[in-house]
Design a binder for this molecule. Structure first.
Ligand code: NAD
Length: 293
């Protein structure tokens, strides 16, 4: 396998990635490695540039380790640029959104993008928990929008859910499925339901662990240690929450709970609500369940 050799013909030649956070930067990196030209857009000044610097540092490390040639690194860099504004995404064949997990903001963004791009452009949302059908509801061309749900960190978690909303065109899902394969990822088709497959089936991992802690059965470090070291999970549930960060994962818990009409199984925890309110959200701020300072 040669994961860093770009393919001759990516399914989408020009790709816009919106949101240069944890997910957007991983998706942008993989899209470039698949041979696409990528424009990265972020609403925060300097965020797209910071994401590009982080991706460049990854490629630099791969060169140092002998896993990527200098030539290929330089080629990758020519394919990755910051978009100054949404209008710069007009030539894209595919737009992948990885912004804040808020339906109103995602809907507004796609309405704007739809008015800028060609009718055949595919629109993809990396939402973890929101309804793809609802995100597309106000669009002129809802058939062009699908869920394209990656996992963190994108270059290492090689699975992506391709989610068809009620009106999504099967052709769009086929294209995204093929493109995921060009990333070296395993695509899996999922229906548009709260949390899709992984965040639905995996819900109990976090919520039950939070219950164990809130009922004082064991502390969080013990729960992590047992599940990681004895049960074979790569990360304990609290380590995973720290990696994802509670500003991302707590709203996902709330969203899935609400969408299932307050089903008690999915009820979020006051522990994560309080920590989110206090800004103790995880690794990216240096402090979560564990300290990273
Ligand atoms: P993040 O907070 O790390 O990054 C989000 C980025 O989007 C920020 O840089 C922010 O400035 C930017 N942004 C916000 N609103 C914007 C707008 N209107 N236009 C342009 N840029 C905007 O978040 P993340 O962890 O990368 O998550 C992004 C999306 O991916 C969310 O929908 C989340 O649910 C989903 N997701 C996250 C994970 C995860 O583990 N972090 C996994 C799968 C899916």
């Amino acid at each position: 396998m040669q994961p860093f050799l770009p393919l001759a013909q990516p399914i989408f030649q020009t790709v816009g990635v919106i949101g240069g956070g944890a997910m957007g930067r991983g998706i942008a990196q993989m899209a470039v490695q698949a041979g696409s030209d990528v424009f990265l857009l972020d609403s925060q000044p300097g965020a797209a540039q910071a994401a590009i610097a982080a991706i460049t540092a990854i490629w630099d490390r791969l060169v140092t380790k002998g896993k990527l040639t200098d030539e290929m690194r330089n080629l990758h860099l020519t394919r990755l640029s910051a978009a100054p504004d949404a209008a710069a995404l007009a030539p894209c064949n595919l737009i992948i959104e990885a912004i804040v997990e808020r339906i109103d903001i995602k809907q507004r963004l796609f309405s704007e993008i739809e008015s800028l791009v060609a009718p055949g452009t595919v629109l993809a949302t990396n939402t973890s928990s929101l309804s793809v059908t609802a995100i597309a509801a106000n669009l002129q061309r809802p058939a062009q929008l699908a869920g394209f749900h990656f996992f963190n960190p994108v270059p290492l978690m090689r699975v992506v859910e391709v989610v068809a909303g009620l009106k999504t065109s099967p052709v769009v899902c086929e294209q995204l499925t093929g493109y995921a394969r060009q990333f070296g990822h395993t695509p899996v088709a999922a229906q548009d339901t709260p949390g899709f497959i992984v965040n639905h089936a995996g819900r109990g991992y976090g919520t039950e662990a939070l219950r164990v802690v809130s009922e004082r059965i064991a502390d969080f470090a013990t729960v992590d240690r047992i599940l990681r070291d004895q049960m074979g999970f790569k990360l304990g549930p609290f380590e995973l929450m720290d990696l994802t960060a509670l500003d991302v994962s707590h709203p996902v818990m709330e969203s899935i709970y609400r969408q299932y009409f307050d089903e008690p199984r999915y009820r979020p925890s006051v522990i994560t609500a309080q920590r989110l309110a206090g800004g103790v959200i995880g690794k990216k701020v240096g402090e979560g369940f564990y300290s990273y300072l």
